[in-house]
Design a protein around this ligand. Sequence first.
Ligand code: KG4
Ligand code: ZN
Length: 342
Amino acid sequence: MKKDIYILGIETSCDETAAAIVKNGREIVANVVASQIESHKRFGGVVPEIASRHHVEQITIVIEEALRRADLTMETIDGIAVTEGPGLVGALLIGVNAAKALAFASQKPLVPVHHIAGHIYANRLVTEFTFPLLALVVSGGHTELVYMKEHGHYEVIGETRDDAAGEAYDKVARTLHMPYPGGPHIDRLAHEGKPTIDLPRAWLEEGSYDFSFSGLKSAVINTVHNAEQRGETIAPEDLAASFQASVVDVLVRKTQRAVAEYGVKQLLVAGGVAANKGLRGALEAAFANTAVELVIPPLSLCTDNAAMIAAAGSIMYEKGVRADLDLNAIPGLEIETYNDDE
Ligand code: KG4
Ligand code: ZN
């Protein structure tokens, strides 16, 4: 019988301090997330220095809590997976240093993980992967279409040229005086309104899988300001619905085209914006009567967590990818870095 593999995952790339233990790459044994959202809310976004300070305070507690909930000791852990990048450098460093200290003290292998690979592998905690597959990654910092021919191999076929989808959500929410992070608020408001306002959709050049959301964001801001200057009021729910319709339309249509061109068997949705009800509904409708299996993780696995890092780390561990104790945080790490053929 094959021995069970337990990977401890650590994630501190942005504003969640998280540790989790995953068994055999697919089974969550413990998943602990300490969110800092309340501390960043009054600034309307993540303040890097505050994020680092919170990570320092929380990291040991969160790791100990994950082991306690799993009822395991470091003895049983086979490897320590940690987010190496991308993210805020000062935030990443807290997780990387904690993982290094733990790897040194317990003499366990250290496995570097790309944050977006983590978001993609959140899906494997739900369903086994069927290759080739396509992942639509929509988070606060990234909007990408990633093609995977096998485990741990990533090909970015399209990405945002300016703002990420989540970033656009957060900025539009701010314009409408909503708290950070704004995505969930806009999502809720959108369902109360109608998409009556004509907003741009950036399709870019023929055949491109890239995205652009800054024009849309500016159009929303201008619409609000122009109305204010004229002393008119725009129903915020209609503006939210119109904005969401534009984002969802572009994401779904580009994804549909890529799914067809690349002949994939599965479509995975990943990142914080995968929690969006409008996007989930539109993707479900678009792929309902197709041979493509649509996978969307539950809300708790869409936003930042360490179970996804442990899940991606399990594959890296199996592939024999290891980091030395000189591992550093890489804020701009590319997802293709650990492809076998790179
Ligand atoms: O993946 P994530 O937790 O962090 C990054 O790695 O960036 O994504 C956070 C982003 C935020 O911009 C947040 O506003 C957005 O995900 N988000 C949503 C929803 N829930 C979270 N955006 C739209 N609709 C939602 N329901
Ligand atoms: Zn993330």
